[in-house]
Design a protein. Structure first.
Length: 301
C-alpha cells in the first residue's frame, strides 16, 4: 500500500523535523527498501508482488517512479481500512490462496519476515506483524475478512489492539510475527539511521550536527558555510530557543530536532539520527572552510 511521493503529502509527521522535501526523500528510500525486500522474497517463492497506489497524477508518473516490471493498481476510495479490505478481497477473489498487505514504513522488514507470514498462514487464518507504535506493519489472510478493517482508529496506537479484539471475537486462529519499528515520527529517525539502507545512502558522506540555543544572530553564516561543502545533511538540535533559531535552520534546509538544553545531550541526539558515514560536530558561531568535507575524510583516513 503506497502513496505517490509528493512533498507535503507523505510522511507528514516527519515534516516538522525534516521539511517536506527531505520527508519525501526518506519515503522514497523506505519504498525502495520495501519493494526490494518483496522482490527478494518473491524470487524464491510462488508469490506475486502488487502495488496498490494512491495519489499518483497519472499512469505515466506512477510508471516513471516504480518502473514497468511491477503490477500497479489504484487503491480506490475510502479510508485505509476500506482500501486494504478491497485489496485483500480482490486478490483472494482472483485466485490467491493467501495475501499479505504491507506498507513502506518499516525499514527492518526482511524477506524472512514475509516468509514467516506466509508460513504462518499455512496453519492460521490470519497473521499480524506488530509495530512498536501500537499498529501493525503486516496483515495476512487466507479468506476475506471485512470485519478486520472496519471500526479501527487508523494511525493511532490502538490499531493492533482493536484488530486483535476483532480476531478473537471472530474466533480466528492467528499468529503474531516479530515486533518491528515503523518510521513515522521524528523520534523514529534513529531507527532509520541504524539500518543498512540508510547507511548505504550515507556512505562516504558527511553529516554536520549543530547544537543550538538562541543562535539566531550567528547561525545563518554557520549554515551557509556548512552548506558550501555539500554535506549529506545538516542537523540542528535546538535546546529551546526563543529567538527563531529553529525557523532559521529550517529555512536553510536543515533537519531540526528539539532537545532539552545541554550541548552533550544535543550532540548525542543529533548523532543518533545522522545517516552520514562521517560526523562533524559544529558550534553555531563557527564558519567551516569550503573544502571541510575533504579535510574530514583525509584526517579520519
Amino acid at each position: 500500500m503506497l502513496k505517490f511521493p509528493q512533498p507535503g503529502a507523505v510522511k507528514t509527521r516527519l515534516i516538522p523535523a525534516l521539511g517536506a522535501e527531505r520527508a519525501c526523500e526518506l519515503y522514497r528510500a523506505l519504498v525502495r527498501h520495501t519493494l526490494g525486500t518483496a522482490a527478494e522474497f518473491a524470487r524464491d517463492a510462488a508469490i506475486a508482488v502488487e502495488v496498490r497506489l494512491t495519489g499518483a497524477p497519472d499512469t505515466v508518473a506512477a510508471r516513471a517512479w516504480l518502473g514497468d516490471a511491477i503490477s500497479i493498481r489504484e487503491q480506490g476510495e475510502g479510508d485505509l481500512g476500506a482500501r486494504m479490505e478491497r485489496a485483500t478481497r480482490e486478490a483472494l477473489g482472483e485466485g490467491a490462496t493467501a495475501v499479505a498487505v504491507i506498507g513502506a514504513d518499516c525499514p527492518r522488514l526482511t524477506a524472512a519476515h514475509l516468509g514467516a507470514a506466509f508460513a504462518a498462514l499455512c496453519e492460521n487464518e490470519t497473521v499480524l506483524g506488530p509495530a512498536t507504535d501500537g499498529g501493525y506493519y503486516l496483515i495476512g489472510l487466507r479468506r476475506p475478512r471485512a470485519e478486520l478493517f472496519h471500526g479501527i482508529a487508523w494511525s493511532t496506537a490502538a490499531v493492533l489492539a482493536q484488530t486483535l479484539a476483532t480476531v478473537r471475537r471472530l474466533a480466528l486462529s492467528y499468529r503474531l510475527l516479530e515486533r518491528l519499528d515503523d518510521v513515522d515520527e521524528p523520534g523514529d529517525l534513529a531507527t532509520w539511521a541504524d539500518t543498512p539502507a540508510a547507511q548505504a545512502l550515507g556512505r562516504d558522506r558527511v553529516s554536520v550536527i549543530i547544537p543550538a540555543l538562541n543562535e539566531a544572530a550567528q547561525l545563518p553564516a554557520a549554515l551557509a558555510a556548512a552548506l558550501s561543502g555539500d554535506p549529506l545533511e545538516i542537523i540542528v538540535v535546538d535546546g529551546g530557543s526563543v529567538d527563531g533559531t529553529p525557523e532559521i535552520a529550517r529555512a536553510h534546509g536543515a533537519v531540526v530536532l528539539a532537545s532539552p538544553p545541554g550541548r552533550a545531550a544535543q550532540m548525542n541526539r543529533g548523532a543518533a539520527i545522522a545517516t552520514g558515514e562521517r560526523l562533524v560536530f559544529l558550534h553555531a558561531d563557527t564558519l567551516l572552510p569550503a573544502d571541510y568535507a575533504a579535510h574530514v575524510r583525509q584526517t579520519l583516513a
